[in-house]
Design a protein around this ligand. Sequence first.
Ligand code: IMP
Length: 134
Amino acid sequence: MFMADIARAIALPVELDFMAVSSYGTATKTSGVVRIVKDLDIDLTGRDVIIIEDIVDSGLTLNYLRKNLAARHPASLEVCALLLKEGMQKVEPDLRYVGFRLPDEFVVGYGLDVAERYRNLDDLRVFVGPESGH
Ligand code: IMP
């Protein structure tokens, strides 16, 4: 949903591609071990690349992605994150664009899920349930 909204807001000749990654862990905590479920179709060599990410929590997923994409020799590599959970990263994440900063709450809706549910909610909500530990 974020990608769709941001794409409509960019009035430049851009190309869009999607990657699906899944990070192992519990329902609400990533382990940092990332599996690429769907890779990019576009070759990044020599291109100016912006990673559009929905949410940065520990930053482990992004860390992995950044290294993986940097190895494909783009001309530049920047990150745009809709949401950043404040104080949750061991190292300050290098984000070119940040939409909103959040406290340490698990949020769902607007494309974000817990175990694949609630992606269809059209706004963001704090998830309070058994998986959240609250
Ligand atoms: P990180 O590796 O801890 O930064 O987690 C990043 C990934 O975990 C995101 O791309 C999301 O898929 C997922 N994630 C982290 N926090 C949330 C949340 O509050 N709601 C839904 N998904 C989340």
